[in-house]
Design a protein around this ligand. Structure first.
Ligand SMILES: Nc1ncnc2c1ncn2[C@@H]1O[C@H](COP(=O)(O)OP(=O)(O)OP(=O)(O)O)[C@@H](O)[C@H]1O
Length: 517
């Protein structure tokens, strides 16, 4: 049964006004949904010395004759053990034989057959035992791992408690509603976390935290700033913030601030009027207006020119803006998610990014961890990318050999998950149909030591001579990119992939650094 159906059953339960109706409804739902042969609820007598079935007679598998009750201190029947330990107990046909010495219990289970078992489950609230649920079921079934019916039982307990004391404790009604809302929220959170973990893959505690941060952020109206190295999944995170927010039905509009020349970025964002500049032959609606009621995602926000930053701040503060060449004030109600792989705080301190805009963007910060800090996620990510490759290429790669997986865990992934995805796709392309990825299918990885040795060479000689840091960095980037383009014989897509950069970011960098190879 889906979460929605359990919620439906929960609502039905909450409509019960009488305790007997409530118990009947509760047991009936469990029997239907868990495929039980029979079920029974045992509750303590008024003096607390005996356990008695709530239904005085039963003609089902579990035999009750109306007189039966079990002394809670008599350990000749398993109920006393469940009460003592407050833990569930599963008894198959053969282990039930152990309890046949107790005639009352033997009569009670006389209908149980070889492939049946008895499941006893203590109902507790705030450490207090309220009763024991008793199920007869198919012995191959296991109920303990399932959370759904246990959460449903929690709602039952609360409603049951409430109904029995409703006459003089009306105040409990509010508490109950709160608890149900809490349980409902918790169930929704768990469902969303499960759904999100199939999109944002990884079992590490870092990924767990990231998914929780995303859902918390999505539930607010705050601007979200996603920070993380290139290829860590920032765009996926931004999309998830939108998908799990109340704006998910409206558009998600994304733009990479680094991939668009400065003069075009403004008109892309704000739109323009006909004749605003040469070439503006017709009016254009900007991305801010397109994102109305939805989410605007500004990737590589650190590359946004200062002049535009103040215009962005204005629209974030007031919701108002003007199209390029326009005279009327326009309005858009959008939620902003921005991402950056640079340390924005440092840019602020260097005077390259507006401090006020930084604080406005950073209302809800989310940091995406680098892959090398969570290599335990590799097996799951690799499976995910193999599955994706299979779907896209109608292939049937079955998995990865242990030796190949071991080799992958020794690498440091400067390009993070994107680089891993490329490695897996490369390996899949070399793997035989219906085969497993082997070590020989993996690309040759660069030795990290090579990079660091060239770095220390520089440190010794050239660092001291640097007069213009910006130019030195640009020169370094130029050298890296040129070497890489040459290595891939001019194939820019491969060069971009090997550096863990999206192709558009790479192209823009080439443009900026005047690389024409
Ligand atoms: N946790 C993850 N689970 C599944 N796929 C992932 C995960 N993280 C990243 N990816 C995949 O890795 C690739 C890169 O992700 P994405 O573009 O979101 O990274 P990014 O941090 O925005 O990169 P850049 O800074 O270069 O723009 C995408 O194909 C994305 O689907």
């Amino acid at each position: 049964m889906s979460t929605a159906q359990w919620l439906q059953q929960t609502s039905t339960l909450l409509e019960c006004k009488l305790v007997d109706d409530l118990i009947e409804q509760f047991l009936q739902t469990l029997e239907d949904e868990l495929g039980l042969f029979d079920s029974l609820l045992l509750t303590p007598s008024v003096d607390g010395r005996y356990l008695q079935p709530v239904k005085p007679t039963s003609t089902g598998l579990l035999k009750v004759d109306g007189q039966v009750s079990w002394n809670v201190t008599d350990f000749q029947h398993p109920f006393a053990h469940v009460l003592q330990t407050a833990k569930p107990m599963v008894l198959d046909y053969y282990s039930l034989a152990y309890w046949h010495d107790n005639p009352q219990f033997a009569a009670f289970i006389s209908g149980i057959e070889k492939d049946h078992s008895l499941f006893l489950y203590p109902l507790k609230q705030n450490g207090q035992l309220l009763g024991v649920l008793c199920f007869a079921l198919d012995s191959s079934r296991s109920l303990l791992q399932r959370q759904d019916w246990q959460q449903y039982s929690e709602v039952f307990i609360r409603h049951w408690q409430w109904l029995t004391s409703v006459a003089d404790q009306t105040g409990q009604a509010c508490q109950l509603t709160d608890s149900i809302a809490e349980i409902r929220d918790e169930m929704t959170l768990q469902t969303n976390l499960t759904r999100l973990s199939s999109e944002l893959v990884g079992e590490s505690s870092e990924m767990d935290k990231l998914r929780k941060d995303i859902l918390r952020g999505a539930g607010t109206v705050l601007s979200v700033l996603v920070q993380g190295e290139t290829g860590t999944g920032k765009e996926l995170v931004a999309k998830a913030v939108h998908d799990y927010s109340s704006r998910h039905k409206a558009p998600f509009i994304a733009i990479n601030c680094a991939a668009i020349p400065e003069n075009l970025l403004e008109s892309e964002l704000f739109g323009y009027e006909k004749g605003a500049f040469s070439g503006a032959n017709s009016k254009k609606v900007g991305l801010i207006a397109q994102a109305a009621k939805g989410t605007l995602f500004l990737d590589e926000i650190g590359d946004m020119p200062l002049s535009l930053q103040s215009k962005l701040l204005r629209v974030l503060e007031s919701g108002h803006f003007r199209a390029v060449g326009g005279s009327t004030e326009l309005h858009s109600d959008f939620r902003l998610v921005a991402a950056t792989h640079v340390n924005l705080k440092e840019r602020v301190n260097a005077g390259e990014f507006r401090r006020d805009l930084y604080y406005r963007l950073n209302q809800f910060p989310v940091t995406v961890p680098v892959l090398k800090s969570r290599l335990s996620d590799l097996p799951q990510l690799i499976r995910h990318f193999i599955g994706r490759f299979n779907r896209h290429h109608q292939a049937q790669i079955t998995g990865i050999r242990y030796e190949a997986l071991s080799k992958l865990t020794t690498y440091h992934y400067p390009g993070n998950v994107r680089e891993l995805r490329n490695v897996v796709e490369y390996a899949c392309a070399l793997t035989a149909h219906q085969g497993e990825i082997d070590v020989s299918d993996l690309p040759t990885f660069e030795e990290p030591s090579c990079e660091s040795s060239s770095g220390s060479e520089l440190e010794g000689h050239e660092y001291a001579d640097i007069g213009d840091l910006k130019e030195a960095v640009a020169q370094f980037e130029r050298n890296v990119i040129r070497t890489r383009i040459n290595r891939f014989k001019g194939d820019r897509t491969k060069a971009a992939m090997s550096l863990g950069l999206p192709k558009r970011t790479f192209s823009h960098k080439c443009l900026k650094l005047e690389i024409n190879e």
